[in-house]
Design a binder for this molecule. Structure first.
Ligand code: NAD
Ligand code: MG
Length: 400
């Protein structure tokens, strides 16, 4: 029987790569549910191609648009006279939670961007599902509660983020965890690795979204440019691999060939290498503990001229420093870091603030925060929305 998969965030960059792997292996994987927020045509086409049982839209008002696109897609089929059954439509956060927890579902690809994906990822954990996690913001905002739910309900988390997937691959030997000295996350340094510091305040959203090595959604592209993405990833690594923050290191590696490394106590350094193609980590997690082909190119080491590594410049990338501070401080500081960043990045993408003000906004929000403890996911969600409102208020005042 093929594995039944729900993809939360099916229209995004990760969601589409996951569908590409399912397309190549219909005998192993089958689509149960798909979700979309605004790209209704894309999800209608995917639902038809993969015969999804359920589609989750953001709200009821998108129903007619979905039906129109569904019928158009059916008419484009070779045999329009016998159209397939349309999927059941569900809506909003409740719909997302339902396709993450329905009994038929084996694995849930969590590929929504931001804490909008937290409630459904958490629901999948509480239902004991296999979670293929791309949505790092969920882990940053609520890693402690999330991993407790995973343990309590015997769920499994398999990382899709390329760095964590690489570390996971390097930890496959029995008892590996107890001999870790450090994990080292690599970072490309993004589009502004060599931009003169004085020019950073003037860079545009288009420049920030032009990542040198990866094609990704706009929010994560800006996060890569500020390196807050690596900041979110060190926090994600802390929870995924149960490590103290002192054992989580970052190295700039502009070629994005070595995706991350584990340094063991005996001096061995294990790494996972490959081209910058998210289908590699996604297919690894989908087929785990097996491997499947994924249409990516094989890496020919002899074709590489050099691999460079250096320590990150924290003056250039203050967001990385802020993430280390938040991680060392508390879980609620990490939540504030993430919420403030989501609002600041949205404002930057809308041209309301400058690039260097993203770090300023996060810093101001962190400095005003005092540690809080959360016992339930609803408390996390409520505090997350409070932090967003406070960050939005801050943005109404003139920034330095
Ligand atoms: P994207 O912008 O391409 O896609 C985001 C998806 O989330 C879309 O399907 C969209 O419909 C959905 N979505 C957006 N807002 C929503 C909301 N409020 N409610 C419900 N659904 C919503 O983003 P992406 O690049 O695919 O990234 C998705 C996640 O994966 C992010 O957390 C990102 O950090 C992580 N990630 C991405 C990559 C990558 O290469 N793209 C790599 C590692 C990790
Ligand atoms: Mg990554």
């Amino acid at each position: 029987m093929p594995k039944q998969i729900s993809i939360l965030g099916a229209t995004g960059s990760i969601g589409q790569s996951a569908l590409d792997i399912i397309r190549s292996h219909p005998e192993q994987f089958s689509v149960y549910g798909l979700s979309a927020y605004s790209q209704i045509q894309a999800v209608a086409k995917a639902a038809l191609e993969f015969q999804a049982k359920v589609v989750v839209l953001n709200h009821h008002q998108q129903t007619t648009e979905f039906q129109e696109h569904w019928h158009q897609a059916c008419q484009a089929l070779a045999k329009p006279s016998c159209p397939p059954r349309p999927p059941e439509l569900r809506f909003g956060q409740e719909g997302l939670k339902s396709i993450a927890t329905d009994a038929e579902v084996d694995s849930v690809v969590c590929a929504i961007v931001g804490t909008a994906g937290l409630a459904s990822a958490y629901a999948a954990a509480c239902a004991g599902k296999t979670i293929l996690l791309a949505n790092k913001e969920a882990m940053v905002a609520a890693g402690e509660l999330f991993m407790a739910a995973v343990a309590k309900h015997q769920a499994t988390v398999l990382p899709l983020d390329s760095e964590h997937n690489a570390i996971f691959q390097c930890l496959q030997q029995a008892h590996a965890q107890q001999y870790i000295q450090n994990v080292i996350l690599t970072a490309s340094g993004g589009p502004f690795r060599q931009t003169p510091l004085a020019d950073l305040s003037h860079v545009t959203p288009e420049q920030a979204c032009k990542h040198p090595n990866w094609r990704m959604g706009r929010k994560i592209s800006v996060d890569s440019a500020t390196m807050l993405n690596k900041g979110l990833e060190i926090i994600e690594a802390k929870w995924l691999f149960n490590l103290p923050w002192q054992q989580i290191k970052v190295l700039i590696h502009p070629e994005s060939i070595v995706h991350s490394l584990v340094q063991y106590q005996d001096g061995s350094l294990l790494a996972q290498l490959g081209h910058a193609d998210m289908r590699i980590p996604i297919s690894y997690a989908m087929a785990y503990p097996h491997r499947v082909s994924n249409n990516s190119r094989s890496l020919a080491l002899h074709e590489l001229t050099q691999l460079n590594f250096s320590l990150p410049d924290l003056q250039r990338f203050p967001c990385l420093q802020l993430a280390y501070q938040a991680m060392a401080a508390s879980q609620s500081h990490c939540l504030v870091l993430n919420a403030a960043n989501e609002i600041a990045v949205a404002a930057f993408l809308q041209g309301k603030i400058g690039f260097t003000q993203i770090a300023q906004v996060i810093d101001t929000m962190l400095q005003a925060h005092q540690t809080q403890t959360f016992h339930q996911i609803d408390d996390v969600l409520a505090f997350d929305s409070e932090c967003r409102q406070r960050t939005s208020q801050l943005l109404k005042q003139p920034l330095d």
